[in-house]
Design a protein around this ligand. Structure first.
Ligand SMILES: [Fe+2]
Ligand SMILES: [Fe+2]
Length: 125
């Protein structure tokens, strides 16, 4: 692998770590462990900054132009709604993995609504 691949790999790892620590923070907070929650929130933010710095190396166009970033986001989410999640959902159903199927369906439905809202807002100016 070269640096370009390493950046994408590091971005992916840091992004996932950021979300993981955010979830741990949420769980700690729900259990009344406020200080532990703060520790995980700090970890999560730190990983977010690392991911962002990596991303700046390979997604600079969108960072300079938030409107083109919005178009890209809608394309990407639409792809998930139309191609990715329906397949994942069907596979989870076939494997009788109900919790996974529900998780895929919720994400799919939420993203469908979010994309619809953004497109409606864009067309109304
Ligand atoms: Fe990191
Ligand atoms: Fe998504």
């Amino acid at each position: 692998m070269g640096t370009d691949e390493n950046l994408i790999s590091a971005f992916s790892g840091e992004s996932q770590a950021s979300i993981r620590y955010r979830v741990f923070a949420e769980i700690a907070r729900e259990k009344g462990l406020k200080n532990l929650a703060r520790v995980f929130e700090a970890f999560s933010y730190s990983e977010f900054v690392h991911a962002k710095n990596h991303m700046k190396n390979f997604r600079s166009d969108e960072l300079d132009d938030p409107l083109s970033a919005l178009d890209e986001a809608i394309r990407s989410e639409t792809h998930e709604v139309e191609e990715i999640y329906p397949e994942f959902y069907e596979e989870a159903i076939a494997e009788k993995k109900k919790k996974a199927a529900t998780s895929f369906r919720w994400a799919m439905e939420t993203e469908k609504k979010a994309c619809g809202n953004i497109q409606a807002a864009e067309s109304s100016g």
